[in-house]
Design a protein around this ligand. Structure first.
Ligand code: NAD
Ligand code: LMR
Length: 329
Protein backbone atom coordinates (compact mmCIF):
# COMPACT_ATOMS: atom_id res chain seq x y z
CA UNK A 1 0.00 0.00 0.00
CA UNK A 2 1.11 3.58 -0.75
CA UNK A 3 0.89 6.30 1.91
CA UNK A 4 -2.51 8.05 2.25
CA UNK A 5 -3.50 10.82 -0.14
CA UNK A 6 -5.50 13.63 1.45
CA UNK A 7 -8.66 14.49 -0.45
CA UNK A 8 -10.76 17.46 0.67
CA UNK A 9 -14.43 17.63 -0.24
CA UNK A 10 -16.51 20.72 0.50
CA UNK A 11 -20.27 20.60 0.83
CA UNK A 12 -19.73 17.05 2.04
CA UNK A 13 -23.16 16.73 3.67
CA UNK A 14 -24.93 17.74 0.46
CA UNK A 15 -26.50 15.70 -2.31
CA UNK A 16 -23.39 15.33 -4.44
CA UNK A 17 -21.30 14.65 -1.35
CA UNK A 18 -23.52 11.71 -0.49
CA UNK A 19 -22.53 9.98 -3.74
CA UNK A 20 -19.01 11.29 -4.02
CA UNK A 21 -17.60 10.35 -0.62
CA UNK A 22 -18.44 6.67 -0.91
CA UNK A 23 -16.89 6.43 -4.37
CA UNK A 24 -13.68 8.13 -3.25
CA UNK A 25 -13.51 6.03 -0.09
CA UNK A 26 -13.96 2.81 -2.10
CA UNK A 27 -10.97 3.57 -4.33
CA UNK A 28 -12.75 4.90 -7.43
CA UNK A 29 -10.54 8.00 -7.51
CA UNK A 30 -7.08 6.72 -6.65
CA UNK A 31 -7.35 2.97 -7.14
CA UNK A 32 -7.24 -0.03 -4.81
CA UNK A 33 -3.63 0.45 -3.66
CA UNK A 34 -3.82 4.03 -2.45
CA UNK A 35 -5.37 4.75 0.94
CA UNK A 36 -7.38 7.95 1.16
CA UNK A 37 -7.71 10.39 4.01
CA UNK A 38 -10.94 12.33 3.61
CA UNK A 39 -11.06 15.95 4.81
CA UNK A 40 -14.65 17.11 4.80
CA UNK A 41 -15.68 20.76 5.01
CA UNK A 42 -19.19 21.93 5.81
CA UNK A 43 -20.90 24.97 7.24
CA UNK A 44 -21.54 24.70 10.99
CA UNK A 45 -25.27 23.84 10.81
CA UNK A 46 -24.55 20.90 8.50
CA UNK A 47 -21.87 19.31 10.69
CA UNK A 48 -24.33 17.08 12.55
CA UNK A 49 -25.68 15.65 9.30
CA UNK A 50 -22.09 15.18 8.18
CA UNK A 51 -21.37 13.20 11.35
CA UNK A 52 -24.11 10.81 10.23
CA UNK A 53 -22.49 10.44 6.80
CA UNK A 54 -19.17 9.67 8.50
CA UNK A 55 -20.88 6.95 10.55
CA UNK A 56 -22.03 5.43 7.26
CA UNK A 57 -18.54 5.67 5.81
CA UNK A 58 -17.23 3.84 8.88
CA UNK A 59 -19.90 1.20 8.45
CA UNK A 60 -18.70 0.40 4.93
CA UNK A 61 -15.29 -0.71 6.29
CA UNK A 62 -13.63 0.38 3.04
CA UNK A 63 -10.09 -1.05 2.90
CA UNK A 64 -8.86 2.12 1.16
CA UNK A 65 -10.28 4.60 3.68
CA UNK A 66 -7.47 5.47 6.07
CA UNK A 67 -9.05 8.35 8.01
CA UNK A 68 -11.87 10.91 7.96
CA UNK A 69 -11.71 14.40 9.46
CA UNK A 70 -14.55 16.89 9.38
CA UNK A 71 -14.86 20.56 10.25
CA UNK A 72 -16.16 24.02 9.42
CA UNK A 73 -12.78 25.77 9.30
CA UNK A 74 -11.23 25.65 5.82
CA UNK A 75 -7.76 26.41 7.15
CA UNK A 76 -7.82 23.29 9.32
CA UNK A 77 -9.64 21.01 6.89
CA UNK A 78 -7.43 21.91 3.90
CA UNK A 79 -4.18 21.48 5.84
CA UNK A 80 -1.82 19.38 3.70
CA UNK A 81 -4.48 18.28 1.20
CA UNK A 82 -3.40 16.93 -2.19
CA UNK A 83 -6.78 17.16 -3.92
CA UNK A 84 -9.57 19.63 -3.21
CA UNK A 85 -12.99 18.90 -4.68
CA UNK A 86 -14.92 22.12 -4.15
CA UNK A 87 -18.55 21.06 -4.34
CA UNK A 88 -20.10 23.09 -1.52
CA UNK A 89 -22.34 25.80 -2.97
CA UNK A 90 -26.02 26.40 -3.39
CA UNK A 91 -27.66 24.57 -6.31
CA UNK A 92 -30.08 26.39 -8.61
CA UNK A 93 -33.79 25.72 -8.52
CA UNK A 94 -36.34 25.57 -11.36
CA UNK A 95 -36.28 28.61 -13.65
CA UNK A 96 -32.82 29.80 -12.53
CA UNK A 97 -29.68 29.92 -14.68
CA UNK A 98 -26.41 28.86 -13.07
CA UNK A 99 -25.10 32.41 -13.41
CA UNK A 100 -27.86 33.53 -11.02
CA UNK A 101 -25.82 31.85 -8.28
CA UNK A 102 -22.80 34.07 -8.83
CA UNK A 103 -23.37 36.47 -5.95
CA UNK A 104 -24.58 33.83 -3.47
CA UNK A 105 -21.84 31.30 -4.22
CA UNK A 106 -18.94 33.46 -5.40
CA UNK A 107 -18.31 34.55 -1.81
CA UNK A 108 -17.56 30.95 -0.80
CA UNK A 109 -14.63 30.56 -3.16
CA UNK A 110 -12.47 33.57 -2.24
CA UNK A 111 -11.86 32.44 1.36
CA UNK A 112 -11.47 28.81 0.26
CA UNK A 113 -8.87 29.87 -2.34
CA UNK A 114 -7.00 31.78 0.37
CA UNK A 115 -7.12 28.82 2.75
CA UNK A 116 -5.80 26.46 0.05
CA UNK A 117 -3.05 28.94 -0.71
CA UNK A 118 -2.02 28.98 2.94
CA UNK A 119 -2.18 25.32 3.93
CA UNK A 120 -2.62 22.88 1.01
CA UNK A 121 0.17 20.49 -0.04
CA UNK A 122 2.62 21.60 -2.72
CA UNK A 123 1.06 19.24 -5.27
CA UNK A 124 -2.53 20.45 -4.64
CA UNK A 125 -5.01 20.02 -7.50
CA UNK A 126 -8.33 21.83 -7.25
CA UNK A 127 -11.54 20.82 -9.00
CA UNK A 128 -14.54 23.12 -8.73
CA UNK A 129 -17.96 21.51 -9.11
CA UNK A 130 -20.08 24.10 -7.23
CA UNK A 131 -21.86 26.46 -9.62
CA UNK A 132 -21.20 28.67 -11.48
CA UNK A 133 -18.21 26.37 -11.64
CA UNK A 134 -15.94 28.16 -14.15
CA UNK A 135 -16.10 31.52 -12.47
CA UNK A 136 -15.92 30.04 -8.97
CA UNK A 137 -12.66 28.38 -10.07
CA UNK A 138 -11.44 31.75 -11.33
CA UNK A 139 -12.27 33.28 -7.94
CA UNK A 140 -10.47 30.52 -6.00
CA UNK A 141 -7.46 30.72 -8.33
CA UNK A 142 -7.14 34.47 -8.10
CA UNK A 143 -7.17 34.26 -4.31
CA UNK A 144 -4.37 31.68 -4.25
CA UNK A 145 -1.36 33.49 -5.76
CA UNK A 146 1.18 30.92 -4.55
CA UNK A 147 -0.52 27.94 -6.21
CA UNK A 148 0.32 27.55 -9.91
CA UNK A 149 -2.75 28.49 -11.95
CA UNK A 150 -2.70 25.18 -13.82
CA UNK A 151 -3.68 23.43 -10.59
CA UNK A 152 -7.18 24.93 -10.76
CA UNK A 153 -9.96 23.54 -12.89
CA UNK A 154 -13.73 23.43 -13.13
CA UNK A 155 -15.98 20.56 -14.02
CA UNK A 156 -17.34 20.24 -17.56
CA UNK A 157 -16.85 16.47 -17.56
CA UNK A 158 -20.54 15.99 -16.76
CA UNK A 159 -21.43 17.86 -19.96
CA UNK A 160 -18.76 15.84 -21.79
CA UNK A 161 -20.27 12.57 -20.53
CA UNK A 162 -23.77 13.76 -21.41
CA UNK A 163 -22.61 14.57 -24.95
CA UNK A 164 -21.02 11.13 -25.35
CA UNK A 165 -24.17 9.44 -24.11
CA UNK A 166 -26.50 11.42 -26.42
CA UNK A 167 -24.31 10.76 -29.45
CA UNK A 168 -23.98 7.05 -28.66
CA UNK A 169 -27.77 6.75 -28.33
CA UNK A 170 -28.35 8.59 -31.62
CA UNK A 171 -25.98 6.30 -33.52
CA UNK A 172 -26.81 3.11 -31.63
CA UNK A 173 -23.19 2.48 -30.63
CA UNK A 174 -21.61 1.81 -27.24
CA UNK A 175 -20.15 4.87 -25.50
CA UNK A 176 -16.73 3.22 -25.76
CA UNK A 177 -16.77 3.86 -29.54
CA UNK A 178 -16.71 7.63 -29.00
CA UNK A 179 -13.49 9.59 -28.62
CA UNK A 180 -12.35 13.18 -28.73
CA UNK A 181 -15.55 14.76 -27.46
CA UNK A 182 -15.16 18.44 -26.58
CA UNK A 183 -17.17 20.86 -24.51
CA UNK A 184 -16.07 24.45 -25.14
CA UNK A 185 -16.75 27.45 -22.90
CA UNK A 186 -18.90 27.74 -19.82
CA UNK A 187 -20.72 25.06 -17.80
CA UNK A 188 -23.98 26.79 -18.66
CA UNK A 189 -26.68 26.82 -21.31
CA UNK A 190 -24.22 28.59 -23.67
CA UNK A 191 -21.70 25.74 -23.62
CA UNK A 192 -20.74 24.27 -26.99
CA UNK A 193 -20.60 20.48 -27.29
CA UNK A 194 -18.57 19.97 -30.48
CA UNK A 195 -19.17 17.01 -32.80
CA UNK A 196 -16.90 18.31 -35.57
CA UNK A 197 -13.78 17.03 -33.83
CA UNK A 198 -15.30 14.01 -32.10
CA UNK A 199 -14.96 10.52 -33.53
CA UNK A 200 -17.24 7.50 -33.62
CA UNK A 201 -15.44 4.23 -34.32
CA UNK A 202 -12.68 6.32 -35.92
CA UNK A 203 -15.07 8.27 -38.18
CA UNK A 204 -15.78 11.97 -37.80
CA UNK A 205 -18.85 12.25 -35.56
CA UNK A 206 -20.57 15.11 -37.43
CA UNK A 207 -20.22 13.11 -40.66
CA UNK A 208 -21.43 9.92 -38.97
CA UNK A 209 -24.52 11.79 -37.77
CA UNK A 210 -24.97 13.41 -41.19
CA UNK A 211 -27.81 15.58 -39.89
CA UNK A 212 -26.89 19.21 -39.17
CA UNK A 213 -30.47 19.90 -38.09
CA UNK A 214 -30.23 17.27 -35.30
CA UNK A 215 -26.77 18.45 -34.35
CA UNK A 216 -27.76 22.12 -34.05
CA UNK A 217 -31.33 21.88 -32.81
CA UNK A 218 -31.46 18.67 -30.79
CA UNK A 219 -27.99 17.54 -29.72
CA UNK A 220 -26.53 20.87 -28.60
CA UNK A 221 -29.59 22.09 -26.64
CA UNK A 222 -30.19 18.66 -25.09
CA UNK A 223 -26.66 18.57 -23.68
CA UNK A 224 -26.57 22.25 -22.73
CA UNK A 225 -29.94 22.16 -20.98
CA UNK A 226 -29.64 18.71 -19.43
CA UNK A 227 -29.05 20.13 -15.95
CA UNK A 228 -32.34 22.06 -16.15
CA UNK A 229 -34.20 18.98 -17.47
CA UNK A 230 -32.98 17.00 -14.45
CA UNK A 231 -34.02 19.74 -12.03
CA UNK A 232 -37.43 19.79 -13.68
CA UNK A 233 -37.81 16.00 -13.45
CA UNK A 234 -36.19 15.31 -10.08
CA UNK A 235 -37.05 18.53 -8.29
CA UNK A 236 -33.35 18.73 -7.39
CA UNK A 237 -30.19 19.15 -9.38
CA UNK A 238 -28.13 16.24 -10.69
CA UNK A 239 -26.15 14.59 -7.93
CA UNK A 240 -24.97 11.02 -8.64
CA UNK A 241 -23.97 11.88 -12.22
CA UNK A 242 -22.23 15.05 -11.00
CA UNK A 243 -20.34 13.03 -8.40
CA UNK A 244 -19.39 10.45 -11.03
CA UNK A 245 -18.13 13.15 -13.39
CA UNK A 246 -16.17 14.78 -10.56
CA UNK A 247 -14.42 11.43 -9.99
CA UNK A 248 -13.80 11.01 -13.75
CA UNK A 249 -12.29 14.50 -13.93
CA UNK A 250 -10.00 14.14 -10.93
CA UNK A 251 -8.99 10.58 -11.86
CA UNK A 252 -8.05 11.61 -15.40
CA UNK A 253 -5.94 14.39 -13.90
CA UNK A 254 -4.02 11.75 -11.95
CA UNK A 255 -3.95 8.90 -14.49
CA UNK A 256 -3.80 10.79 -17.77
CA UNK A 257 -5.84 10.54 -20.95
CA UNK A 258 -5.87 7.45 -23.16
CA UNK A 259 -3.58 7.46 -26.20
CA UNK A 260 -5.25 9.37 -29.04
CA UNK A 261 -8.11 10.62 -26.88
CA UNK A 262 -8.80 13.78 -24.93
CA UNK A 263 -11.29 15.03 -22.32
CA UNK A 264 -13.01 18.34 -21.56
CA UNK A 265 -11.78 20.38 -18.61
CA UNK A 266 -12.39 24.01 -17.77
CA UNK A 267 -8.95 25.48 -17.20
CA UNK A 268 -7.28 28.88 -17.31
CA UNK A 269 -7.07 30.06 -20.89
CA UNK A 270 -3.66 30.94 -22.28
CA UNK A 271 -5.38 32.62 -25.23
CA UNK A 272 -5.78 29.37 -27.21
CA UNK A 273 -8.62 29.39 -29.77
CA UNK A 274 -9.18 33.11 -29.19
CA UNK A 275 -10.44 32.60 -25.62
CA UNK A 276 -9.23 35.64 -23.64
CA UNK A 277 -6.30 34.81 -21.41
CA UNK A 278 -7.20 34.24 -17.79
CA UNK A 279 -10.79 33.08 -18.23
CA UNK A 280 -11.52 29.59 -16.92
CA UNK A 281 -13.06 28.04 -20.01
CA UNK A 282 -13.63 24.47 -21.14
CA UNK A 283 -11.20 23.09 -23.73
CA UNK A 284 -10.18 19.74 -25.14
CA UNK A 285 -7.20 18.67 -23.02
CA UNK A 286 -4.78 15.80 -22.88
CA UNK A 287 -3.26 14.86 -19.53
CA UNK A 288 0.12 13.23 -18.96
CA UNK A 289 2.13 12.86 -15.74
CA UNK A 290 -0.46 14.88 -13.84
CA UNK A 291 -0.30 17.89 -16.20
CA UNK A 292 -2.97 18.94 -18.66
CA UNK A 293 -2.36 20.57 -22.01
CA UNK A 294 -4.89 22.21 -24.29
CA UNK A 295 -5.12 20.29 -27.58
CA UNK A 296 -3.77 22.63 -30.27
CA UNK A 297 -4.35 23.01 -33.98
CA UNK A 298 -8.04 22.10 -34.30
CA UNK A 299 -9.75 23.87 -37.17
CA UNK A 300 -12.69 25.93 -35.98
CA UNK A 301 -15.31 26.63 -38.65
CA UNK A 302 -17.72 29.56 -38.65
CA UNK A 303 -20.50 27.63 -36.86
CA UNK A 304 -18.19 26.50 -34.06
CA UNK A 305 -16.57 29.95 -33.85
CA UNK A 306 -19.92 31.60 -33.19
CA UNK A 307 -20.83 29.07 -30.49
CA UNK A 308 -17.46 29.30 -28.71
CA UNK A 309 -17.51 33.10 -28.85
CA UNK A 310 -21.01 33.27 -27.33
CA UNK A 311 -20.07 31.09 -24.37
CA UNK A 312 -16.78 32.91 -23.83
CA UNK A 313 -18.61 36.26 -23.91
CA UNK A 314 -20.75 34.99 -21.04
CA UNK A 315 -17.62 34.02 -19.09
CA UNK A 316 -16.25 37.48 -19.70
CA UNK A 317 -19.45 38.99 -18.30
CA UNK A 318 -19.19 36.73 -15.24
CA UNK A 319 -15.60 37.84 -14.72
CA UNK A 320 -16.71 41.49 -14.87
CA UNK A 321 -19.49 40.78 -12.35
CA UNK A 322 -17.19 39.11 -9.81
CA UNK A 323 -14.60 41.83 -10.29
CA UNK A 324 -17.27 44.38 -9.38
CA UNK A 325 -18.26 42.24 -6.38
CA UNK A 326 -14.62 42.46 -5.24
CA UNK A 327 -14.20 38.68 -5.29
CA UNK A 328 -11.02 38.48 -7.37
CA UNK A 329 -7.80 38.52 -5.37
P1 NAD B 1 -26.63 20.64 -1.83
O1 NAD B 1 -27.38 21.87 -1.46
O2 NAD B 1 -27.28 19.31 -1.66
O3 NAD B 1 -25.27 20.60 -1.04
C1 NAD B 1 -24.42 21.69 -0.96
C2 NAD B 1 -23.71 21.61 0.37
O4 NAD B 1 -22.74 22.63 0.40
C3 NAD B 1 -24.64 21.80 1.57
O5 NAD B 1 -24.51 20.69 2.46
C4 NAD B 1 -24.15 23.09 2.20
O6 NAD B 1 -24.25 23.09 3.62
C5 NAD B 1 -22.68 23.10 1.74
N1 NAD B 1 -22.05 24.41 1.79
C6 NAD B 1 -22.61 25.62 1.54
N2 NAD B 1 -21.70 26.59 1.75
C7 NAD B 1 -20.54 25.97 2.09
C8 NAD B 1 -19.25 26.44 2.43
N3 NAD B 1 -18.95 27.75 2.47
N4 NAD B 1 -18.31 25.53 2.74
C9 NAD B 1 -18.58 24.21 2.74
N5 NAD B 1 -19.80 23.71 2.45
C10 NAD B 1 -20.76 24.59 2.11
O7 NAD B 1 -26.14 20.84 -3.34
P2 NAD B 1 -25.58 19.75 -4.34
O8 NAD B 1 -26.71 19.19 -5.12
O9 NAD B 1 -24.64 18.82 -3.65
O10 NAD B 1 -24.78 20.69 -5.36
C11 NAD B 1 -23.62 21.38 -4.96
C12 NAD B 1 -23.19 22.36 -6.05
O11 NAD B 1 -22.77 21.64 -7.21
C13 NAD B 1 -24.29 23.31 -6.54
O12 NAD B 1 -23.73 24.60 -6.74
C14 NAD B 1 -24.71 22.69 -7.86
O13 NAD B 1 -25.30 23.62 -8.71
C15 NAD B 1 -23.38 22.22 -8.36
N6 NAD B 1 -23.39 21.23 -9.44
C16 NAD B 1 -22.46 21.35 -10.41
C17 NAD B 1 -22.39 20.43 -11.44
C18 NAD B 1 -21.34 20.55 -12.52
O14 NAD B 1 -21.40 19.78 -13.48
N7 NAD B 1 -20.38 21.45 -12.44
C19 NAD B 1 -23.31 19.39 -11.48
C20 NAD B 1 -24.27 19.28 -10.47
C21 NAD B 1 -24.31 20.23 -9.45
C1 LMR C 1 -25.91 20.21 -13.89
O1 LMR C 1 -25.41 20.47 -14.98
O2 LMR C 1 -26.68 19.22 -13.72
C2 LMR C 1 -25.59 21.08 -12.71
O3 LMR C 1 -24.77 22.15 -13.08
C3 LMR C 1 -26.78 21.53 -11.97
C4 LMR C 1 -27.53 22.61 -12.72
O4 LMR C 1 -27.81 23.65 -12.12
O5 LMR C 1 -27.82 22.40 -13.89
Amino acid sequence: MNSPVKVAVTGAAGQIGYSLLFRIASGALLGPDTPVELRLLEITPALKALEGVVMELDDCAFPTLAKVEIGDDATKVFDGVNHALLVGARPRGPGMERGDLLEANGGIFAPQGKALNDVAADDIRVTVTGNPANTNALIAMSNAPDIPTERFSALTRLDHNRAISQLAAKLGVPVTEIRRMTIWGNHSATQYPDLFHAEVSGQNAAEAVGDQEWLANTFIPTVAKRGAAIIEARGASSAASAASATIDHARTWVEGTAEGDWVSMAVRSDGSYGVPEGLVSSFPVTVKDGRWEIVQGLEIDEFSRGKIDASVAELDEERKAVTELGLLG
